[in-house]
Every structure is written in structure tokens, then in C-alpha cells.
Design a protein around this ligand. Sequence first.
Ligand SMILES: NC(=O)c1ccc[n+]([C@@H]2O[C@H](COP(=O)([O-])OP(=O)(O)OC[C@H]3O[C@@H](n4cnc5c(N)ncnc54)[C@H](O)[C@@H]3O)[C@@H](O)[C@H]2O)c1
Length: 321
Amino acid sequence: MQAWRDLGPEGVRIAGVCDLDEGRARTMAEEFGARAFTDPAAMLAALRPDFVDIATTPPSHRALVELCAPQVRLVICQKPIADTPNDARAMVDACDRAGAAFVIHENFRWQRPFVRMQELLLAGAIGMPRFLRLNFRHGWDVYAGQPYLATVPRLAIMDIGVHLFDLVRLFLGEARAITCETQKRNPRVEGEDAFTALTAHDGAVGVTDASFHSTLRPEPFPQTLAVLEGDRGTLELREGYRLVIHDETGRREEDVEPPVPAWGEKPWHVVQDSVLAFQRHVVAVLRGQATPQPSGADNLRTLALCLAAYRSAEIGARVSP
Ligand SMILES: NC(=O)c1ccc[n+]([C@@H]2O[C@H](COP(=O)([O-])OP(=O)(O)OC[C@H]3O[C@@H](n4cnc5c(N)ncnc54)[C@H](O)[C@@H]3O)[C@@H](O)[C@H]2O)c1
């Protein structure tokens, strides 16, 4: 919400806030000078918005997207797009039928370090990408802010794996196969809270691992660390937002730490700045100046990779997404 407010000078206005919880809707609407609703259909009818930003949990995503698509020019839906491929496909189809753009709020690819790594890769700084390692390991109490995470049967892959697999696909292209091991480390938590996945791509390999139950000092949350090796060089994203570029000429280091928004704070600034970047991108899509990154259709493949990871872990074998 703060990031949308920051985009006021670029033509964005928060017209309404809808939440089934009336108190939450009213508090948020008051803070952001908008009208409060508890019924999404009533909000659409009253405000006729250009776009909606759906930030509810996955079980409600399909119904909300199907409701909104015929009435707006663009729909944003939070990750994970849906729990099942059927629901996700129905959402993509609903937007296609209505002629509405469909963007998934997938903010990791909009994090400053990864935007910079993409720029360097596209500029040919390391040649063809051959290997990517992403890791997101921490011991931060994510359950304090999102208590439902402790009770969902599918946790780390659906919550963080979606972000990481989106990055894997962005850097290495589509995965032909995945092998995955999951772990339950925290006894207070229902779902898997750690996983390690190996993905096979044309000419490249990815290793992705995440844990919500690691002891590391200083606590690295919410940073993702990465190594991207190409034919001619390597990009190494280290803790503290240090990007080391290794190539034929030697080694140099860039500081890729994002700024802290006026309403933000460390250590969240990497996420806060990425949300602002993502939302600025949505404005460009609305103006016809960009195509969705990622679109709902693209995100079907990320969901397929997540579900293949679970299948691989269940059957103990390599799986095609
Ligand atoms: N991209 C990120 O970095 C990031 C970070 C946190 C959460 N998320 C995602 O955001 C989504 C929401 O997560 P959260 O932790 O804020 O959940 P939450 O449960 O705290 O908040 C969801 C809100 O949606 C409301 N709601 C549910 N169904 C509704 C409906 N049909 N109509 C109107 N309101 C409805 C609920 O009353 C609640 O207030 C999840 O998909 C989560 O994965 C993404």
C-alpha cells in the first residue's frame, strides 16, 4: 500500500480497499484515503477501477480473479498463483477471455541484486549461463507475522520455492526435470520447512535450497544468495548485497544494496524496494509500455515446477514438470 502511494506522482490513486474483515478494511482505507468495502463485487461496481491488486491467500485467488477480470484492464494476483494447476489455468483463461492483462506479484525478480544480475547476463558479462545456485536459508520467525504458515501442509516450496523457481527459470530457461528432497525441521510446523532441488535445463543446471530453520549469525533473512556461472565468468551474490563479478580480466565488486524507502526499514528494504519496482512495472504495463513480468501464463510453469518438486520428494525420483 505504501508503494502504491509512492506512485501517486506517476498517476496511481488507491481508490478502494476491500477485506472480508471490516475492521481491517476500514483501518487500511482510512490510512490511505480510500473507500472501504467488505464485498469485492460491490467495490468493483462502485469504483470501476482500472486495475485490482489481489493480495489474499491462494484459496480465494481463483474466485477473485474470475470476478475482477471482466471489469478491469489489469489484474495483479499475489504468489503463489493457486494451489492447483486447474485453478491457475482457469484464472489465466478468465483474464484472456476478458482481455485483461494478468500479472503475478512475483517480487524476487524485481529485487535490485537480481535486476542487476539480469542486466549483466544480458550484456554478455559472463557468457552463456551454465549453473545457478540460489539459497534462502534463515531462522527468522516468519510464523509471528503469518501464523497460517505454521499450519499449511505445503510450506517452503509454495511460499519461497515459487520465488526461487521463478528466478531459476528467468536465468536458465525452462526446466526439463527436477529432483527434490524436502525436510521438516521445526517440530511446531506442519509442512516442509526446508527443501533442496536440482533442476536440469538445456545446457545448464540449477541447485535451489531454502530453509526456515537454520541458525546463522548474523541472521541473513530476507536475503537470497546466488552464484551464476557462465561460460566466461561468474556472478556471485554474497551476504550484505555484495555482487562479485569474476571474469577473464579478474574480479570486481559492486554494492547492490537497495535504498530504504521513506516508509521502509532494514532488513526489509530489499523486499520493499522490489515491491515498488514491481508496482512501477505494472504502471508501465497499464500504459502499454511493458509486458507482464511475470504474466499469469508464464507463472503456470513456475507452479508446475513447484508441484513437480513435491512429486519428486514424495516418490524419490526425477520428475518432468
Ligand atoms: N510477495 C511477497 O513477498 C509476499 C509476502 C507476504 C505475503 N505474500 C502473499 O500474499 C498473500 C496474502 O498473505 P498474507 O500473509 O498477507 O495473508 P493474510 O491472511 O494476513 O491477509 C489476507 C487478507 O485477505 C482477506 N481476504 C481473504 N479472502 C478474501 C476475499 N475473498 N475478499 C476480500 N478479502 C479477503 C483476509 O480477511 C485477510 O485480511 C499470500 O498469497 C502470500 O503468499 C507475498
